[in-house]
Design a protein around this ligand. Structure first.
Ligand SMILES: *[C@@H]1O[C@H](CO)[C@@H](O)[C@H](O)[C@H]1NC(C)=O
Ligand SMILES: *[C@@H]1O[C@H](CO)[C@@H](O)[C@H](O)[C@H]1NC(C)=O
Ligand SMILES: *[C@@H]1O[C@H](CO)[C@@H](O)[C@H](O)[C@H]1NC(C)=O
Length: 463
């Protein structure tokens, strides 16, 4: 995932209530009620148990206010009365409960969750990022080494420039409350986000406000870049719209959520993109980028005009859930038919899945820096999968690179004929956020039927 972009709430209400609390981070104005969702745990025989869970929206989308109800953060700036240093900010400010449907456009229905792109309420909300919880206070941890993960997705309303992403990150199961006692809101309020970009647009990291050194974004009225970032391993199972898709492991030297400071966070806001403990690029498999332009899209082999199942398999050397991760395989199921991932047609690069060998060759053939191997390769990713990861469901548009790294030609300055540059059929101007937001306000993504189990247990093979 290249960059995560956020939020849009503009609360001007000044609330006339007083509430004497100290180090209070969970707000008391709106109750936090998580939309329920079910998923399934399957066994080796293919029998699946239904498990009740719930989804929570990331803290970054929430109203952050003082005990008196004054905004601590408005648009893309912090209120200096309450937030000048990180510790004081977390003492002065609370994260408020979310109105999922009316404010954020998030609804669930048994095993499905729908994320709307634009929601026009009191303010204008753009996209969302949700986490799957096991109960009201803890994220569901998934242990996927040697296992298989599948889900159904409807990307039919996701045009160029949009990204419906379903992925795993090594967040703390309690949102960081135990490790960082200043965080008293916890997973219940969607705290503790991290990913392999070591994002610096987070308002709170490791229990502290990220207000110190905060620079408001020049092109996004709702975001900025703070002095700190939040790193952790990331497994992108799915980043997609109806034109292109990719799955991408991003290992880190330390899988667990880890705070970084300024330039050591790497990424686009730092002098050196590769300065962090994580692999920001990952090793991606995008069927279009790997040369097959007739595999995925509306009316194609995997027909994105209707729902399909996405299956990801984490294969270990010895087939056990404790072995070394040796391959990540992808297949699709649509209308009862199993469809294998297309094979690479790039000269000098073979295969239809991710292995260490595929990754090192891909980096050579495309002329990309191999930060994947440098930060542990598949074995590193496997360690994070074994230790447990949190499931993220999101929908976003891209204020940094217009999503062209997923669905267009990227880098934009390179020749489209250079191997690896063409990633999808979208035009160079298609993903500009202002365009995407005005052209596709009704866009949405639906994820449903999440299933986890031993390899081969979560879908029916075609006879
Ligand atoms: C916290 O808020 C109080 C006012 O309520 C202010 O005096 C104090 O400086 C704030 N702390 C920080 C670190 O901003
Ligand atoms: C919530 O789930 C976690 C594990 O995921 C467990 O440790 C905790 O006790 C549960 N809390 C409640 C209130 O059930
Ligand atoms: C694309 O993938 C499909 C399915 O694997 C295959 O039938 C087709 O021949 C491939 N096209 C190219 C150009 O490789």
């Amino acid at each position: 995932m290249y960059q995560q972009i956020f939020f849009l709430l503009f609360f001007t209400t000044l609330l006339s209530f007083t509430n004497i609390v100290f180090c209070q981070k969970a707000g008391k104005l709106n109750p936090e009620v998580h939309p329920p969702i079910t998923w399934q745990q399957c066994d080796a025989t293919g029998k699946c148990d239904t498990i009740k869970g719930e989804v929570v929206i990331d803290a970054n989308w929430r109203w952050v206010h003082s005990d008196q109800g004054t905004n601590c953060y408005t648009g893309n700036t912090w209120n200096p009365t309450f937030c000048t240093d990180g510790v004081g900010c977390s003492q002065n400010c609370s994260l408020e409960g979310a109105q999922y449907q009316s404010v954020y456009g998030v609804t669930t229905d048994s095993s499905a969750v729908r994320l709307n792109f634009i929601t026009q309420g009191q303010g204008k909300n753009i996209g969302s990022r949700l986490f799957l919880m096991s109960n009201a206070t803890n994220y569901q941890m998934f242990y996927l080494l040697g296992q298989e993960f599948s889900f159904d997705v409807d990307v039919s309303k996701l045009d160029c420039g949009l990204n419906g992403a379903l992925y795993l990150v090594s967040m703390d199961s309690d949102g960081g409350m135990t490790r960082f006692p200043a965080n008293s809101a916890g997973a219940k309020y969607g705290t503790g986000y991290c990913d392999a970009q070591c994002p610096r647009d987070l308002k709170f990291i490791s229990g502290q406000g990220n207000c110190k050194g905060w620079v408001p974004s020049s092109n996004n009225p709702n975001t900025g870049v703070g002095g700190y970032g939040s790193c952790c391993a990331e497994m992108d199972l799915w980043e997609a719209n109806k034109m292109s898709n990719a799955f991408t492991p991003h290992p880190c030297d330390i899988s667990q959520q880890t705070l970084c400071n300024g330039d050591e966070c790497g990424g686009s806001a730092s002098a050196d993109r590769y300065a962090s403990i994580c692999d920001p690029d990952g090793c991606d498999f995008n069927p279009y980028r790997m040369g097959n332009h007739s595999f995925y899209g509306p009316g194609l082999q995997v027909d994105t005009s209707s729902v399909f199942t996405v299956v990801t398999q984490f294969v270990t050397t010895d087939g056990s859930p404790t072995g070394t991760l040796s391959a990540i395989k992808r297949l699709y199921v649509q209308n009862g038919k199993v469809i294998s991932q297309s094979e690479s047609t790039i000269p000098g690069l073979t295969g239809g899945g991710i292995t260490d060998d595929f990754c090192t060759k891909q980096k050579q053939v495309f002329g990309d820096k191999d930060s994947f191997t440098q930060h542990g390769g598949l074995a590193g990713m496997g360690k994070a999968l074994k230790d447990g990861m949190v499931l993220v469901l999101s929908l976003w548009d891209d204020y940094f690179a217009d999503m062209l790294w997923l669905d267009g030609s990227y880098p934009t300055t390179a020749s489209i004929d250079k191997p690896g540059v063409a990633r999808g059929p979208c035009s160079a101007t298609s993903g500009v956020p202002t365009t995407v937001e005005s052209k596709y306000p009704d866009a949405y993504v639906i994820y449903s039927n999440i299933k986890v189990g031993p390899i081969g247990s979560t879908f029916k093979k075609t006879l």
